[in-house]
Design a protein. Structure first.
Length: 168
């Protein structure tokens, strides 16, 4: 397995992989397959641009994208000490190999190296596997937002989690 930061040249693979995750796990993401599938490849390219406030990594197994994760850095003056872990997805045929754990570790390493003090994320409250992954990485829950998203009329709550990297 290789984990590396995604680059502009990865945009077509990233876009297809992201759409797969949105289609297969609609309840796990705030973005929808329907909306993202209408976006041009240029939108994915911009998201991967080095000047973006978001960093995205891909996990590759034998050259095939197996997982992804992102880190959105806050840009406003009062929030620059924190970032949000986003877009975590591992394809079903690659689960159970430690890819998700390695992706989270990559984000944590980058966050610490960047001087971030706080990481936050949301996870669908019924996704016990993801909740356990984040708890093992040191994240703690600070509440659940009921009815956070709706997929085909079905309501899902989102558990909010944080990890203090550096004491304020």
């Amino acid at each position: 397995m290789e984990i590396r930061r995604l680059e502009v040249s990865d945009a077509p693979v990233y876009q297809a992989f992201r759409l797969r995750g949105l289609r297969e796990h609609a309840d796990a993401f705030t973005s929808s397959f329907e909306e993202v599938s209408l976006q041009a490849l240029a939108d994915a390219t911009r998201r991967l641009a080095a000047t973006s406030n978001e960093k995205l990594w891909g996990a590759f197994v034998d050259g095939e994208m197996a997982g992804m994760v992102g880190l959105n850095h806050e840009t406003r003056l009062k929030n620059r000490h924190k970032a949000t872990l986003v877009s975590m997805y591992v394809a079903s045929e690659f689960t159970g190999r430690g890819i998700a754990r390695a992706l989270v570790a990559t984000v944590l390493q980058d966050a610490r190296a960047s001087g971030l003090e706080l990481l936050v994320l949301t996870v669908t409250d019924s996704n016990r596997q993801a909740l356990a992954l984040y708890e093992k990485a040191g994240f703690s829950s600070f509440g659940t937002e009921p009815d956070a998203i709706r997929v085909n009329g079905i309501s899902f709550g989102k558990t909010h989690m944080y990890l203090q990297l550096k004491t304020p």
